[in-house]
Design a protein around this ligand. Structure first.
Ligand code: BTN
Length: 324
């Protein structure tokens, strides 16, 4: 209860941050006594919010810490579906695990799990995903697309399009997609996407779209084995970014491309993916589970595989590590 009211006090302050609001006005809007408002203001200050208080004028929010708790995100959301239900955990093993549990318990499409820190973040191919506290975005979105399971890879590609568009909108940084769904900045990884699903031959029950974005880490924050291959938006953009605003923007772009996909199919996603990708037209080496293919990446096919021209042959790559 106390938590809920604190969120409401914060929402009122956020909505009116240009002006002072009297304690009386806030207490009227939230529906509790002025003494209770004062208690919530003190708690918010303890969490790092700076709230100016002036006699006869009231309160005004002057600084908000970079938090990714529910109310921070919901204040910025402009979506109808994605992020409308949020579960926030300061520390989780992995948001993927929580999202699977929630999805099995019936969470509606668009439900989002966010953690400030993951202790056992999961990457693709059984790798560990480094997820330190307070600097990155670690989140998992639940989808229930009415498509056959064979088309699930569309959603992975759609996610890379949505997330990169959102990051470009917010930062203007030149994000590139590496097939299938790594997001790179200056050749180093800033975001990884992990798609997991549950369903049977005919139908997907749900998809959990896991996204890890390196936002405000400094270069010396990365462990030595990652320094050469990973980077953050802050390192590249030479400034820090609001994680809450970025999450809200990711929800907006993902919802846009998801609804476009349900209405018009994969073609518009494919076009956008090709224009954001840094592979098409380039010479690459694809290490597939069976062989090493060297050739020129020609296009993304309608099933999400990568078409590589090697001599006279056009080879379809379904799964591989790609080097340029
Ligand atoms: C990759 O290996 O590139 C995919 C990394 C996916 C990491 C994200 S962070 C949020 C979600 N929870 C996890 O445990 N993994 C994904």
């Amino acid at each position: 209860m106390g938590q809920v009211l604190r969120h409401e006090v914060l929402s009122v302050l956020l909505e009116n941050s240009a002006n002072f609001l009297s304690g009386e006005e806030i207490s009227k809007r939230v529906g509790v006594s002025r003494a209770a408002i004062w208690k919530h203001i003190k708690e918010l200050r303890n969490e790092g919010y700076e709230i100016e208080a002036k006699p006869r004028k009231g309160y005004r929010l002057i600084y908000r810490p970079d938090r990714v708790a529910t109310e921070e995100i919901q204040n910025e959301l402009s979506t109808k579906l994605f992020g409308q239900q949020i579960r926030y955990e300061p520390v989780a093993k992995s948001t993927q695990i929580l999202a699977h549990q929630w999805a099995r318990a019936g969470a509606p499409e668009g439900s989002l799990v966010i953690a400030d820190e993951q202790q056992a973040g999961k990457g693709r191919l059984g790798r560990v995903w480094y997820s330190p506290p307070k600097t990155g975005i670690w989140m998992s979105l639940i989808l229930r697309p009415p498509i056959p399971i064979q088309q699930a890879s569309h959603l992975t590609l759609l996610a890379s399009v949505g997330v990169s568009s959102a990051i470009i909108n917010q930062t203007n940084l030149p994000i590139k997609i590496k097939w299938p769904n790594d997001l790179l900045l200056q050749g180093k990884k800033i975001c990884g996407i992990l798609t997991e699903l549950r369903g049977d031959q005919d139908k997907i029950e749900y998809i959990v779209l896991g996204m890890g974005i390196n936002v405000n880490q400094q270069s010396d924050h990365f462990p030595s084995e990652l320094k050469e291959v990973a980077t953050s938006l802050a390192v590249q953009g030479k400034q820090s970014y609001s994680r809450a605003s970025l999450i809200a923007e990711v929800m907006k772009e993902l919802e846009y491309y998801y609804l476009l996909y349900l209405e018009q199919g994969f073609e518009p996603i494919r076009n956008r993916w090709e224009s954001l990708s840094d592979l098409i037209g380039k010479k690459i080496t694809a290490k597939t589970p069976q062989a090493k293919v060297v050739g020129v990446a020609e296009s993304l096919s309608s099933d999400g595989s990568l078409m590589v021209r090697s001599g006279k042959e056009l080879i379809t790559i379904y799964s591989a590590d790609i080097d340029k």
